[in-house]
Design a protein. Structure first.
Length: 202
């Protein structure tokens, strides 16, 4: 073992990727918060730790890691294996419909079939869509919101064609504040975060 706790035989990014996949499988980790298996999760964590683009890994596989990079990667992988912390909490990012949301232990990691529905032609579009004319939508309610991510996606979906007020309602402040980090970048006329016990937050 090297000083960072990683086997000294690990030299290239390819080495670390293979080692991480083996350790994840050996530990019997659960996947499903954005990745489907040990390989995808290892790739994501390596890309995050080394600040690499999420859509390309192949060009970097034979690159050597610096001591600082080894230490950062060792810490991240150790927490994933030993503490079994989901990758999204370790990176404080979760992706839904290609959008990155800030998440931490205060919110449920966003994953939803409704988000998939919103991305298709069934919800918004022409013909037999449930909302044939998004410009007519003036209010969107996300009842029992978790992280508020669906409200953000809804705002993005309909606000491009008109002004819309989005109302995510949740039971606790911690469950909805994360989405505010992202919401403010969208062309939404009014965004109000609500709690039944506290009323309008913003």
């Amino acid at each position: 073992m090297d000083n960072d706790g990683m086997p000294e035989e690990l030299i290239t990014l390819r080495d670390f990727l293979r080692w991480a996949v083996s350790r994840f499988n050996e530990a019997g980790l659960f996947f499903g918060h954005g990745t489907q298996d040990a390989y995808d999760e290892a790739v994501y964590l390596l890309q995050h730790a080394l600040h690499l683009p999420l859509d390309r890994l192949e060009p970097f596989l034979d690159a050597r890691l610096t001591q600082a990079e080894r230490a950062e990667l060792a810490h991240l992988l150790d927490r994933r294996i030993e503490e079994r912390i989901p990758a999204a909490y370790l990176t404080q990012k979760a992706y839904l419909q290609g959008l990155a949301f800030h998440v931490d232990e205060r919110v449920i990691i966003p994953r939803s079939y409704i988000a998939e529905l919103m991305a298709g032609d069934l919800l918004v579009g022409s013909g037999h869509a449930l909302i044939p004319d998004p410009s007519q939508v003036t209010n969107v309610l996300d009842l029992c919101t978790g992280s508020g991510c669906l409200a953000v996606l809804a705002a993005k979906l309909v606000s491009l064609r008109g002004s819309v007020r989005v109302l995510p309602i949740g039971i606790a402040m911690g469950l909805i504040v994360m989405s505010m980090i992202f919401v403010t970048t969208l062309p939404v006329a009014i965004v109000r975060m609500l709690r039944p016990e506290a009323g309008v937050l913003a």
